[in-house]
Design a protein around this ligand. Structure first.
Ligand SMILES: *Cc1c(COP(=O)(O)O)cnc(C)c1O
Length: 204
């Protein structure tokens, strides 16, 4: 049974970007990462353990990691194993709507039209082919912004028209704020030496 007493520990450490080069993702058609009613929307260790086999297979096929589809229908894009997914379609940023099985990442966009919607994988692959979708990237706090250079499916491999164009602009803007080079108009930054102010923020 679950313990009645436990200690909740947070471990913080600095992290560099996950990948130094644009990544290659492989559409995962067999396994799924998270199902409705499960823990997909939480940062839970088990979610990552469950993704390792598919990650190994994607690396074996010449990619870096899988792109997960929804468990219920296997047709809609969810996210990557540790990052959210975004595509530039007709100049706007499209990202899968939160479904309860996606980690609701805090790395959100600024100064762009954003469309949160159901994103069928087959439609996205067609949009890349026709050029409607110009760019793909992944994002997350530790990952920052990771441009995607290639997306592979069972028989196809596609390269978007642009690699690291919008992604680079967003990354520069985000890092600029985090590293104090750009003014923070969002109230994200806090003085780490001001313990009272930090405690107030944590307590909402
Ligand atoms: C951490 C993580 C993200 C990104 O979340 P952020 O709050 O932006 O850091 C997205 N998906 C998964 C599975 C994650 O573990």
């Amino acid at each position: 049974k679950g313990s009645e007493n436990y200690c909740f520990l947070l471990i913080a450490s600095p992290s560099d970007a996950y990948y130094t080069a644009p990544i290659k993702v492989m559409v995962e058609r067999e396994h799924s990462r998270a199902a409705k009613g499960g823990t997909g929307a939480e940062k839970v260790g088990g979610n990552y353990a469950g993704s390792l086999q598919a990650t190994g297979r994607s690396i074996g096929a010449g990619f870096d990691q899988p792109l997960w589809l929804d468990a219920a229908t296997g047709t809609n894009i969810e996210e990557l194993s540790g990052m959210n997914f975004a595509a530039i379609v007709d100049g706007a940023l499209h990202t899968p709507a939160l479904s309860g099985t996606i980690l609701p990442g805090i790395t959100r966009s600024q100064g762009m039209d954003v469309v949160e919607r159901t994103m069928p994988i087959d439609e996205l692959l067609r949009d890349i082919e026709t050029g409607r979708c110009s760019e793909l990237f992944a994002c997350g706090t530790a990952a920052i912004i990771s441009p995607i250079a290639e997306i592979g499916d069972t028989e196809t491999r596609q390269t978007p028209k642009d690699i690291n164009k919008v992604a680079k602009a967003l990354k520069d803007a985000l890092l600029g704020i985090q590293e104090g080079r750009k003014s923070d108009t969002f109230g994200w930054m806090a003085d780490a030496a001001d313990v009272d102010a930090l405690t107030r923020r944590l307590n909402g």
